[in-house]
Design a protein around this ligand. Structure first.
Ligand code: R5P
Length: 317
């Protein structure tokens, strides 16, 4: 049995499959039983020994993130108890990534809690993609975890570079927090950048206060880490149009697409939305272009397994 083992949680089996295919025989999937008791408690069993192995647990936060979180923790805790040599969580999107600071008194910093509980179940390392606030990695290091925040840019850039030749895009970040990601795209495309001054009210709804930068008569690529309810993207796209932008495209690595986000975005001024399969979304309309993270994650897993550098795929901070 190879030393590199992949464990597939239930939340994104298709991503695990892509990773395993790209690993091309280097790793093997561990057969598991993951099931619910009648009261919805989760039960896990590794059907083969994982003693001494380099175990990568792939799961995401999909549909029912609270359940996915508990399942991930049980998988890790069970791997620890079963004497895995090293345990890495591959979580393309992390629960609580947007709750990265006390946004007002008596509110949680959930990402820091995540680091603490992940450490407590015996995990050694976490791999994620396009983390909402790259500086949140500090919470994981402080908890004693190795942490790799992988940039999804290389998944999207080849197509954008091609389109840019004709469209001469300006890159737009929907908020000040996303500027580092947007800057990376602007640097590669050798183009300008603008951003929206976005606020969220106590109801968590977003509002664009101001647009910083000149988008008049420009084709625009909005770069964001995720689309959840779609409000941010819609508001920014509408503000861009009001400020004279031409065609509007978007990249959002994580297509959470809660509630009626798909319908709202389908009816919007946005021409195309590029996202990844970090979350499973079936039957999306043609406006959505979904790229697999399988190749990039398999590369990173392989490098980590071999103790080789993953520097060139890390997120710019
Ligand atoms: C915000 O801070 C994130 O980068 C996304 O812009 C946001 O989470 C998207 O949420 P929604 O689609 O619900 O506005």
């Amino acid at each position: 049995m190879p030393n590199l083992l992949i464990v597939s949680g239930r939340s994104n089996k298709s991503l695990s499959k892509d990773i395993l295919r790209e690993l091309n025989g280097v790793g093997k999937e561990v057969p598991t039983i993951i099931t619910d008791f009648p009261n919805k408690e989760i039960f896990v069993k590794y059907k083969e020994s994982i003693r001494g192995k380099d175990v990568f647990i792939v799961n995401t936060f999909n549909g029912d993130p609270n359940k996915d979180l508990v399942e991930t923790l049980i998988l890790a805790d069970t791997a620890f108890a079963a004497s895995a040599r090293r345990i890495t969580l591959v979580l393309p999107i992390i629960y609580g990534s947007r709750q990265d600071r006390k946004s007002s008194p008596r509110t949680p910093v959930t990402i820091s809690m995540m680091a603490k509980i992940i450490k407590s179940v015996g995990v050694d390392r976490v791999i994620t993609v396009s983390l909402h606030a790259p500086q949140s990695s500090a919470a994981f290091f402080a908890a004693g975890l190795r942490f790799d925040n992988i940039s999804s840019a290389q998944v999207f850039l080849p197509e954008i570079i091609e389109q840019h030749k004709e469209k001469d895009f300006i890159i737009v970040s929907p908020d000040a927090g996303g500027l580092a990601k947007a800057r990376h795209y602007a640097k590669v495309l050798k183009t300008d950048i603008a951003f929206a001054d976005k606020r969220r009210g106590p109801d968590r709804k977003s509002e664009v206060m101001n647009l910083v930068g000149d988008v008049r008569d420009r084709n625009v690529f909005i770069v964001d880490d995720m689309i959840d309810g779609g409000g941010t993207l819609l508001n920014v796209a509408n503000a861009l149009k009001e400020n004279g932008a031409k065609d509007i495209y978007c990249i959002a690595t994580h297509l959470v697409l809660s509630g009626n986000a798909v319908e709202k975005l389908q009816d919007s001024v946005i021409k195309k939305i590029y996202g990844s399969n970090s979350i499973v979304k079936n039957n999306l309309p043609d406006k959505f272009v979904v790229k697999s993270l399988g190749e990039i994650l398999s590369k990173v897993i392989d490098k980590i397994h071999l103790d080789e550098s993953v520097g060139e795929v890390l997120e710019e901070t």
